[in-house]
Design a protein around this ligand. Structure first.
Ligand code: MLT
Length: 242
């Protein structure tokens, strides 16, 4: 009997992406702390489009052309830019209807390396339910690309990816082959009742706490606060649930 189920897998870091990229139709880019959570917050607050750029130089070029530009490195706002990577920077009325540019340490780079895929969407804990619902309807091979930290594994992105694997597999229409996906699913299952508490162990959470960014951490680690699915169209993300 042929197996018609689609695959859902997890790539732990962008450094491993080349091993997976040929096999998947949809890539979900995840950077829970904080890039993809901030992106979801921006769309939830009416941003028209968001252009993710990898380098500060490109971000500066957009700024010189009159765009609102956010730039973050090592968790901090890069000097000279309008804002950084806090979800709260995108919850302001001035941003409604605008196209915003964003460059972050890991998240926007992952979006740009995923570009070769047919479809790239943004995943975070904050849009998990709407995203899962949409992924189930697409019925295509899905890769969750965790942004990690400078090409290293991180807990928060893996747990979010594990939530996607678990929900898609529960439908019976998806399967996974890789141990990374099994590990992500088990991590999610042990964390899901208290994600905030579980992620006290996360290195980036500790990094952000040192920068007094507890409010951001709380927002990013709370599930289903936004009903958006940012999808990459050319060089920019747009919200397909608008
Ligand atoms: C990133 O893209 O590396 C993160 O979002 C970093 C941060 O929390 O600012």
């Amino acid at each position: 009997m042929t197996d018609n189920r689609k695959r859902v897998e997890v790539c732990f870091t962008p450094a491993l992406f080349d091993l997976y990229k040929e096999d998947f139709d949809i890539i979900v880019v995840i950077d829970v702390l904080r890039a993809t959570s901030a992106i979801c917050a921006a769309f939830d607050n009416g941003v028209e489009a968001l252009i993710p750029v990898s380098s500060i130089e490109t971000a500066k070029e957009y700024q010189a052309n009159g765009y609102l530009v956010g730039a973050e490195r090592e968790g901090k706002i890069v000097e000279g830019f309008d804002f950084g990577n806090s979800p709260y920077s995108y919850m302001i009325p001035e941003i409604k209807g605008k196209t915003v540019v964003l460059s972050t340490t890991n998240g926007t780079k992952s979006i740009n390396i995923a570009k070769s895929a047919e479809t790239v969407v943004i995943g975070a804990l904050s849009n998990m339910d709407v995203l899962n619902e949409w992924l189930i309807k697409q019925n295509k091979n899905v890769l969750c690309l965790c942004s990690g930290w400078k090409d290293r594994f991180n807990l928060e992105d893996t747990i979010c990816a594990g939530g996607i694997v678990e929900t898609l597999m529960e439908t019976g229409n998806f399967m996974s082959d890789d141990d990374s996906s099994v590990a992500a699913k088990y991590l999610y299952l042990s964390a899901k009742e208290n994600i905030f508490g579980y992620l006290k162990a996360s290195a980036h959470r500790r990094r952000l706490k040192k920068l007094n960014l507890n409010k951001d951490i709380k927002f990013c680690l709370t599930a289903n606060t936004t009903a958006v699915i940012p999808l990459l169209k050319g060089d920019r993300l747009v919200n397909i649930l608008k």
